[in-house]
Ligand binder design. Structure first.
Ligand code: NAP
Length: 321
């Protein structure tokens, strides 16, 4: 157990990410007290029952009042309004951060609502699963994963260092980046892959000559992995695409051109080209495993056999937004 880094941490939103941060804080004793805000009474009650927060509020401003570290863990599209509501209650010297999957839009929407004397340091843990809500969190979610911080120019160095130390204590590696660069990188590594998953699952579901039961019954490994990603929260992902429009459209353009090249290679029996491109992709997968960002175990390390399957925790470290 480490020495508390903060007296009070306020979790504004207690879903997958908020609850995982709470478990991580409790695991290492990083705060003396955790307050929380959730939109619905059901989530507030669950958070109290699971001990995720010491006090749950139905107002973000009340939850944030007096906290030393305030973390916005709500969908990207809600960050601006929630920050505006809290502005008058934020403590002088407090650090305000977020976990949103898009950074430019959070800077745009939250930035103008940050009072003088409050340190705003946006962040994004590159860790998640397809599950949501307060019961889906776990302390290990951030272990060995990256957290990107995008401090605005002129941000207080001490505040950036304290937030970096907090994420490291939660188990993450931390990298500092400009918001626009973050949005471009995440568009290709996370946002477009989710869009492809949503699309391929719906394409299969809408096929007229294949029944829904056949799609389920004969779902092969590749398709099953897409369905897992496509099970992610619709609100969160709607907000990601509406708020990272230009980077996603740019990456989709490149993706479409590359897909057309593959289509052409298939049409004209260009086996050499297919073999070369598939080999390059396989190399990239090896790089991800060597970097410790995924397991080399068959079927992504999923347990097989009834006993193992029963003991398994669903798709930890599944990627996320
Ligand atoms: P989640 O499990 O759905 O939880 C969202 C939380 O925000 C809930 O407490 C919810 O309250 C509250 N909320 C929803 N809409 C709201 C609104 N309009 N105003 C105020 N509060 C609202 O979501 P999550 O997966 O933790 O995602 C939270 C943030 O983390 C998002 O910005 C997302 O981009 C980012 N993120 C997600 C992942 C991932 O894989 N899921 C990974 C990295 C970052 P109720 O429960 O009461 O409705």
């Amino acid at each position: 157990m480490s020495k508390p880094q903060f007296d009070t941490v306020a979790l504004i939103g207690i879903g997958l990410i908020g609850s995982s941060i709470s478990h991580g804080i409790r695991r290492s004793g990083l705060a003396r007290r955790i307050t929380g805000y959730a939109k619905t009474e059901a989530t507030r009650n669950t958070a109290r029952r699971l001990g995720l927060v010491d006090e749950a509020f139905n107002s973000a401003a009340d939850a944030a009042e007096g906290a030393d570290l305030v973390i916005l863990c709500v969908p990207v599209g809600a960050c601006g309004a929630v920050a505006a509501e809290m502005a008058g209650k934020l403590k002088q010297g407090a650090i305000l951060t977020d976990v949103g999957s898009v950074k430019g839009a959070v800077v745009r929407d939250v930035g103008p609502n940050v009072p003088e004397g409050v340190h705003f340091v946006p962040g994004h843990p590159i860790a998640g699963t397809e599950h949501s809500g307060p019961e889906s969190g776990f302390a290990e979610l951030f272990d060995g994963r990256w957290c990107i911080l995008t401090p605005p120019s002129g941000a207080d160095d001490g505040a950036v260092e304290r937030l970096k130390a907090f994420w490291e204590a939660l188990g993450s590696h931390v990298e500092i980046m400009a918001p626009d660069h973050h949005d471009m990188v995440l568009a290709i590594t996370s946002h477009v892959p989710h869009l492809i998953a949503f699309n391929i699952v719906n394409t299969a579901a809408h096929l007229e000559r294949v029944t829904a039961s056949e799609v389920i019954k004969f779902s092969a490994g590749g398709f099953r992995d897409f369905t897992r990603i496509a099970a992610s929260d619709p609100t969160m992902w709607r907000d990601v695409f509406l708020n990272n429009k230009s980077a996603v459209i740019e990456m989709l353009g490149r993706f479409t051109e590359d897909l057309t090249a593959l289509q052409r290679a298939i049409r004209f029996d260009d086996g050499d080209m297919l073999f070369r491109l598939f080999g390059e992709a396989r190399e990239l997968r090896r790089g991800i495993i060597q970097a410790g960002q995924d397991t080399a175990a068959a079927d992504f390390g999923r347990p097989h056999g009834p006993a193992q399957a029963a003991a398994s925790v669903p798709s930890k470290k599944a990627g996320g937004g």
